[in-house]
Write a protein that binds this ligand. Structure first.
Ligand code: GDP
Ligand code: MG
Length: 454
């Protein structure tokens, strides 16, 4: 028992409470009545999602237990009675880990682990674990590590203390400093150091996205709920071999491929990490950075699983996450096509007729069979717009680099040097115009014609 406790405690003060492949798990959830969440999502759905997460992390899901309560129990989350029930079940079924569907408070996790006698992890830890397994690039790895330490920091208390208790105190205290303090300082130092490294990594990324911006190739970003088929679509459209499987978060680092549209234009298509409900807040920065391409892109494809009966609800969630967490305001969000995927699984198309009306700018496709993909490509072309606009610009001398940018990206027809500004007229493609608009202030840019050409 002492050995086991030791191991549990070590898990906590280590980088993460690791789950190991092939560990046998019970999933435990709490169904709280009358929450807003219940109107949009059923507990069953949430538990199914947790099950996918657990399997993705490598666990064997043996049983699922859901407790109904009007509110979480402060000490045992699901309540002492249900905890006892799970303890018996865990003994009978030779269980290694109990996975809770919500983020547990540090004291709840500790109480539960003591009562249950097996490892307790929560949804956040499972997601962090998957991210840690999947991160490939330097930035993604740093982001995940940061999120893990941030999750760990407030939880050090209990575990630090229990380590001290076990070790009897002697030899575990530095002069005037407890082991807990030392652990905390260590973690804080680590967090600071990761933050510094991330700053550098993100500067590198900016340079790369600048380079792309100069290349004039429109960038289309696949976003959407996890498991909706983003990677499958990227592969089907571009004939590339991504990492596509029936797992959540199979993709953490964005993958970009070239795609030729029916009008012979080349665009870049980028896959991103899937969005998910109850996203651990520690991971929002990681998501933000993987979705950076979405922010600087020209068009978003929001992929959705059309067979899900909560399709409209999910669409709303994705919209909300995008608006609140990823785009500072609606204006900076590029146009979006809602792509309803997996049409091959629908018995008849009629079910979708109503949904297509409800979800604007939508198109029904199957990434698997290729159904409607030509239409999607045309739609992408339309949305990107090959319109050339004639504009006039008053560029303050402080922003003279915009003139170079215009020369490189558009067609300058005249430039006049005035006292305070450079007055430029010229032609520019619609998608580049959007970029230009984001860089100038009110009144500096005037669109003279919206004539389509070519
Ligand atoms: P992602 O998480 O959004 O990247 O989703 P994936 O591309 O990894 O796909 C998740 C699962 O959905 C995989 O098992 C795919 O084979 C499956 N899938 C993707 N598109 C379709 C489709 O059009 N029809 C069907 N039936 N399954 C699909
Ligand atoms: Mg994917």
């Amino acid at each position: 028992m002492n050995n086991q406790n030791n191991r549990l405690a070590e898990d906590r003060v280590g980088k993460r409470a690791r789950v190991e492949a092939k560990e046998r798990a019970i999933l435990a959830g709490l169904n709280v009545f009358c929450t807003k969440e219940n109107q949009l999502w059923t507990k069953t759905e949430s538990m199914n999602e947790l099950s996918s997460l657990a399997k993705t992390a490598g666990l064997i899901v043996v049983e699922t237990v859901v407790q109904n309560r009007s509110q979480p129990d402060p000490s045992y989350f699901i309540g002492k009675g249900k905890a006892n029930h799970i303890k018996d079940l865990a003994e009978q079924k030779d269980i290694d880990v109990i996975v809770f569907d919500d983020e547990l408070r540090p004291a709840q996790a500790r109480n539960l682990e003591e009562r249950l006698g097996v490892k307790v992890v929560d949804r956040t830890q499972i997601i962090l674990d998957i991210f840690a397994q999947r991160a490939q690039t330097k930035e993604a790895k740093l982001q995940v590590e940061l999120a893990q330490y941030e999750y760990l920091l407030p939880r050090l208390r209990g575990w630090g203390e229990s380590l001290e208790r076990q070790a009897g105190g002697i030899g575990t205290r530095g002069p005037g400093q407890t082991r807990l303090d030392r652990d905390r300082e260590k973690v804080q130092r680590r967090i600071d150091s990761i933050r510094r490294k991330l700053k550098n990594a993100s500067m590198e990324l900016d340079v790369r996205s600048k380079r792309r911006e100069n290349s004039k190739i429109p960038l289309v970003t696949l976003i959407g709920y996890t498991n909706s088929g983003k990677t499958t679509l990227l592969n089907k459209l571009t004939g590339s071999e991504g990492f596509e499987e029936d797992k959540l978060f199979a993709t953490l680092d964005p993958l970009t491929r070239k795609l030729e549209l029916p009008d012979k234009r080349t665009i870049l298509l980028t896959d991103t990490v899937g969005l998910i409900r109850k996203l651990p807040h520690q991971l929002i920065p990681a998501f933000r950075s993987t979705l950076k391409s979405a922010r600087t892109g020209d068009l978003l494809l929001n992929l959705m699983d059309a067979t899900n009966d909560k399709l409209v609800a999910r669409w709303q969630v994705v919209n909300k996450i995008l608006n609140e967490d990823f785009f500072d305001d609606n204006q900076s969000r590029p146009p979006m096509i809602n792509v309803l995927n997996k049409s091959d699984k629908l018995a008849n198309g009629d079910e979708l007729a109503g949904i297509e009306n409800e979800i604007k700018n939508s198109i029904v496709i199957s990434a698997k069979t290729g159904h409607n993909l030509d239409k999607l490509k045309e739609y992408i072309g339309d949305k990107l717009g090959d319109e050339i606009k004639t504009v006039s610009l008053q560029i303050p001398y402080a922003k003279a680099d915009l003139l170079d940018w215009f020369h490189n990206n558009g067609e300058v027809s005249s430039e006049k040097y005035k006292t305070k500004t450079i007055f430029v007229t010229g032609k520019i493609e619609q998608h580049l115009l959007n970029k230009l608009q984001s860089r100038v202030s009110d009144g500096e840019l005037q669109i003279l014609s919206a004539k389509a050409s070519g």
